[in-house]
Design a protein around this ligand. Structure first.
Ligand code: PMP
Length: 352
């Protein structure tokens, strides 16, 4: 029997996250987590917060974290918004700034959550193809009749970065709508548009602590933008969930953001390992898309990606395979792990 709620559930088309298997310990190179521990200062701040204070609600304004982020990006605290992972920040931005009218422009190959939010808020996606080299072409973002634009920089799952001049061209071409720049991976080698926030009132930069700050487990993301855009997100948040992050996450995130030296050290290590891994994958015959992220997007001209993915999984190594999709159906996305994990991957690939 069809009931109201069964139809509601059936109408949802949710995001399918990368595998998080609990059955055994894999070398996990499939969901772009950091292979390194979070900052020791963040760990001790979180341990310290596990106290009688947990009977109290957290600060709904996340002031300590906003102040730390504002200092780090040379902005004011009213230019910073905090959410439960950047996924929540994206959800609120889609609801607040893109829903209710025209289509929303984003690349045809990009983070697949955008299509899910678009569906949830009845926003029609206006998909803009990448060129043959998987590049976003700014001229394709001119004269659009849209409710907004999402640019992922660097893009995922391709890993390619855009220079800030291209981001500026997209901002200038779309002055009347919000241009959201999703910078989940920016710390691994791209330029952040955070430096443009004071110049462009329509710019919303979204970042996360899940990747470069090695804190996927505490779910903290944030947005940087004009105070008016941030105020809009605050109003939405307070209509929905006034305590976006818990006391432990707030303490850990604040300490992590303050520990700039640790961030630089683990990013430098990841980048060095990535460059070495690219060389080794190319020596094994893979074509690797130039990456400014903590992952590489690779295809082998003579080998089937699904077969490689399954064989690696059987050997205890997880990489991301996206299924038989157009253009990327024979690609694998491989997160950069430690040097030891990458050596194990290369050894496994040599046996296939
Ligand atoms: N944006 C992009 C491009 C991503 O790849 C991810 C991670 N899957 C996110 C946002 C969300 O990250 P989180 O919710 O962990 O902050």
């Amino acid at each position: 029997m069809s009931r109201f709620w069964t139809d509601k559930i059936a109408s949802l088309d949710p995001y399918v996250p990368g595998e998080q298997p609990q059955d055994k310990k894999y070398i996990k190179l499939n969901t772009n987590e950091s292979p390194y521990s979070p900052s020791p200062k963040a760990l001790s701040a979180m341990a310290n917060e596990v106290s009688e204070r947990l009977r109290l609600y957290p600060d709904p304004n996340c002031a300590t974290l906003k102040n730390a982020l504002a200092k780090s990006y040379q902005l004011d605290a009213n230019q910073v918004f905090v959410g439960n992972g950047s996924d929540e920040v994206l959800a609120l931005a889609f609801m607040g700034y893109f829903a209710g009218g025209k289509p929303l422009a984003f690349a045809d190959i990009t983070y697949s959550f955008y299509k899910v939010y678009a569906g949830l808020y009845s926003i029609e996606p206006k998909l803009i193809p990448l060129n043959d080299d998987f590049d976003i072409i700014p001229a394709d973002y001119e004269n659009l009749d849209v409710s907004g634009v999402v640019v992922t920089n660097p893009n995922a799952p391709t890993g390619k970065a855009l220079p800030l001049t291209d981001i500026e061209a997209i901002l200038k071409a779309n002055p009347d709508v919000v241009v959201l720049v999703d910078e989940a991976y920016v710390d691994f080698g791209a330029q952040s548009a955070s430096s443009l926030v004071n110049q462009y009132p329509n710019l919303l930069v979204v970042q996360t602590l899940s990747k470069s700050r090695a804190l996927a487990g505490i779910r903290v993301g944030y947005a940087l933008g004009h105070p008016e855009l941030i105020e809009g997100l605050e109003r939405l948040k307070n209509s929905f969930n006034s305590y976006p992050i818990d006391r432990i996450a707030l303490a850990g995130a604040t300490a992590a953001v303050e520990d700039e030296a640790y961030l630089q050290a683990i990013c430098a290590k990841t980048i060095a390992t990535r460059e070495q891994s690219v060389k080794e994958l190319e020596a094994l015959g893979f074509n690797v898309v130039p990456s400014a992220t903590n992952f590489v997007f690779a295809t082998h001209p003579e080998k089937d990606a699904e077969t490689i993915y399954l064989a690696l999984k059987a050997l205890g190594i997880l990489v991301r395979y996206f299924g038989k999709k157009p253009r990327i159906g024979n690609h694998l996305r491989i997160t950069i792990g430690t040097d030891e994990e990458m050596a194990a991957l290369m050894a496994a690939l040599k046996t296939l």
